[in-house]
Ligand binder design. Structure first.
Ligand code: GDP
Length: 138
């Protein structure tokens, strides 16, 4: 069993598709073992995306991520890091496969509805960024 962090970004929450995203996880056999809705501060968004701080889109990305509430979830399942990335689709929705969340709902490369950890090390950091051990109920 593996765990990963999933975020429904402000554009996804604004589109009222929280349930639709969760339905796709559950249909794929993925279990939601923790969940909360929150509104990130600029500092919290910068800490979460620290690996991207030298990228030209860092300021824009962190401002977008603080523009409205998000939903954070811990997902659990076999190979869930890769499975979630597959359900999400490519970063740029124009390159995302048919039937993926980003292909169906993203509007640009930045406003791409969902985040998902990309490796076990990032998953561990990102889960701990949002959740304490007691908030994760497997
Ligand atoms: P992900 O793992 O698919 O989310 O992609 P990355 O880790 O490469 O980038 C993190 C997030 O930054 C993406 O999900 C987008 O929201 C945003 N992003 C990535 N590339 C660009 C870009 O070229 N321009 C802008 N404005 N945002 C980007």
């Amino acid at each position: 069993m593996e765990r990963t962090l999933s975020l429904i970004k402000p554009d996804g929450v604004a589109k009222n598709i929280i349930g639709e995203v969760i339905k796709r996880f559950e249909t794929a056999g993925i279990k939601v073992v923790a969940m909360k809705k929150l509104h990130l501060s600029q500092k919290q968004a910068e800490g979460f995306y620290a690996v991207h701080k030298e990228r030209p889109f860092f300021k824009s990305l962190t401002e977008f991520m603080t523009s409205g509430p998000i939903v954070a979830m811990v997902l659990e399942g076999e190979d869930v890091i890769a499975k979630n990335r597959k359900l999400m689709g490519a970063t740029n929705f124009k390159n995302a496969e048919e039937g993926t969340i980003r292909r169906d709902y993203a509007t640009d490369i930045e406003k791409n509805v969902v985040h998902g950890s990309d490796a076990p090390e990032t998953a561990a950091f990102e889960i701990a960024y949002f959740f304490s051990m007691m908030e994760i109920v497997g």
